[in-house]
Design a protein around this ligand. Structure first.
Ligand SMILES: NC(=O)c1ccc[n+]([C@@H]2O[C@H](COP(=O)([O-])OP(=O)(O)OC[C@H]3O[C@@H](n4cnc5c(N)ncnc54)[C@H](OP(=O)(O)O)[C@@H]3O)[C@@H](O)[C@H]2O)c1
Length: 177
């Protein structure tokens, strides 16, 4: 995992679950990491945990309390994040919500949130960081989806409608190659 040494990584949903686990691994491999999530206290708690796994003393590891569904929040914070990291090598989109239930009984506002966070949240971060990737002419974007974005499963089928953030939706944003 030498690839991660000194790399600059941004992880949405980095305060919990898959995002936090990825952040811990990146820290362990020597990367500089910024995690993005909404709840500042959870960000702080996760940051403390992630920092404990740092490989070196000089790694930059910090959080930014951002709601990825809010385009302006993402855009406003992007320059500062890239500046603190000194660039960006990897954007890892993990932020997402799940709400099990019958397709027709999931509340309207939950459907709206699924689309705004899982789908538009990914669109927002990719579009906001893309100019930096293009300028430096390198970097990677990875979006955590779900196998259930490809198939139905009783009880959580509707929830995974927002997981369509794979290569069907983001076919070729790598215009810098
Ligand atoms: N766990 C699984 O088995 C599994 C399987 C397949 C797919 N997935 C998908 O993978 C993603 C991560 O799952 P997980 O299990 O790691 O979930 P999780 O533990 O609930 O973590 C979700 C993370 O996303 C953040 N988040 C939610 N809404 C956000 C928003 N609007 N802006 C910024 N951050 C936001 C949360 O922090 P805040 O609430 O503080 O913002 C949290 O850090 C989800 O999309 C999930 O559906 C998970």
């Amino acid at each position: 995992m030498d690839w991660y040494l000194n790399k600059k990584v941004v992880i949405t949903g980095g305060s919990s679950g898959i995002g936090k686990a990825a952040a811990i691994l990146c820290a362990r491999f020597g990367a500089n990491v910024c995690i993005l999530s909404r709840d500042e206290s959870r960000c702080k708690a996760a940051l403390g945990e992630i920092q404990q796994h740092a490989k070196k003393q000089d790694q930059t590891i910090f959080y930014c309390a951002v709601d990825v569904s809010k385009r302006e929040q993402v855009r406003k914070n992007t320059p500062e994040i890239v500046k603190r990291l000194g660039g960006i090598d990897l954007l890892l989109n993990c932020a997402g919500i799940s709400w099990p239930g019958y397709f027709h009984t999931i509340p309207d506002d939950v459907w709206d949130s699924i689309i705004q966070i899982d789908y538009m949240g990914t669109v927002n971060t990719v579009r906001s960081f893309l100019p930096y990737f293009k300028e430096q002419k390198h970097g990677s974007i990875a979006n955590i989806s779900s196998a259930l974005g490809y198939m139905g499963l009783f009880g959580i089928r509707g929830v995974f409608s927002g997981k369509v953030r794979d290569r069907r939706v983001f076919p070729n944003v790598s215009g810098w190659t």
